[in-house]
Write a protein that binds this ligand. Structure first.
Ligand code: SF4
Length: 341
């Protein structure tokens, strides 16, 4: 049983976008919590709402067209959705910081690396310029950048993709945040560099004791670094729990499909398994469970009622009618379908 209080709690978050195509419900009642010192992987395909939820935490959603309609995001006992922009600026980058997917668009091309690492420390008045420079050099060393003195006065275009991502990590860690949100931090990198960056993040997390939300679509990444997982689909958390539970005891058919699509190096197969069908258009979600059009176990109730989130085991929750014995019994044919698949 977990006795610690979460450092960050998201409850029933609803974030929408007003588009020419209609109302896009990007986060539809998202809830999850993050505990001190842990890595929570938030997994899902593009458009599942994982990045929108993270951006809502720091209120980095462009309003309009975006809008946080309802929900609570609690950090250190304070609801972030109720803070003024000025109050939030004291938290952003200092207490909660974020690493984005593509360092070349996040780093400022006309400022030297050293200045960009020192900036958050000076902005949040953590130390004076001399101390900020000393800390920036130390951070560059910590993230494994060779010849840090020389790199301090170089520009982003002079570094490789992997080095730029290390600089982004150094900037995000400059103020020693309690929470780090890493949004697909390795997807723009070569596979060999990806692993180095993930291990670096894990080492730094352990040294600094911060909690990490790792947003990814890659279950291999999850297996490497996560303690717990929240899987998102169509703006909802469909299953969440400890990483072993999700890998070996998942309930939701979407999670089952994701696991089945991981290639097994031990087995030679002609074709990888895929989840049939398409991710639904977020502006035109079907009634009921949004996974119903792709689900091999779909029951009558699924197409009319969106399932609630229910417990499977301690700390393990799912949003699927398969976890409701009465529904499964009433549908009858589910077991037959399972054995066919
Ligand atoms: Fe499939 Fe029904 Fe579960 Fe949705 S609620 S994932 S359609 S079984």
């Amino acid at each position: 049983m977990r006795t610690q209080e979460p450092v960050l709690t998201i409850e029933e978050l609803r974030t929408v976008f007003h588009t020419d195509d209609g109302l896009v419900r990007a986060a539809e009642g998202v809830s999850y919590e993050l505990y001190p010192g842990e890595t929570l992987a938030v997994v899902g395909e593009s458009g599942s709402g994982k990045s929108v939820t993270a951006l809502s935490v720091l209120r980095l959603i462009a309003e309009p067209p975006g809008e946080i309609v309802s929900g609570r995001i609690t950090f250190e006992g304070v609801d972030l959705t109720a803070l003024s922009e000025r109050e939030l600026r004291r938290i952003r980058g200092r207490k909660i910081s974020m690493i984005f997917q593509e360092p070349m668009t996040s780093l400022n091309p006309v400022h030297m690396i050293g200045r960009q690492i020192m900036e958050p420390m000076l902005l949040h008045r953590i130390c004076n310029r001399q101390e900020a420079r000393r800390r920036a050099l130390e951070l560059l060393r910590k993230v494994g950048i060779p010849a840090p003195e020389q790199r301090m006065s170089e520009y982003p275009h002079q570094l490789s993709g992997g080095m730029r991502q290390r600089v982004m990590i150094a900037i995000a860690l400059a103020c020693e945040p309690d929470v780090l949100i890493a949004d697909e931090p390795t997807s723009a990198l070569d596979v060999t560099v990806q692993l180095q960056i993930l291990r670096l993040l894990k080492d730094l997390q352990q040294q600094m004791g911060m909690a990490v939300i790792l947003i990814t679509h890659d279950l291999g990444v999850v297996a490497e670094v996560a303690d717990r997982v929240a899987v998102m689909y169509a703006g909802r958390v469909v299953e969440s729990g400890p990483v072993e539970e999700l890998f070996y005891n998942s309930v939701h058919p979407y999670v089952e499909g994701l696991r089945a699509s991981i290639p097994d190096p031990e087995q030679e197969v002609a074709r990888l398994r895929v989840i049939q069908g398409q991710v639904p258009d977020a502006a035109r979600l079907p009634p009921g469970c949004p996974f119903a059009p792709r689900c091999p176990y779909v029951m009558d109730r699924c197409v009319s009622e969106d399932p609630p989130t229910t417990p499977v085991a301690a700390g393990h929750h799912v949003r699927c009618w398969l976890n409701d014995p009465e529904t499964v019994e009433a549908a009858g044919a589910v077991e037959a379908r399972r054995s066919e698949t």
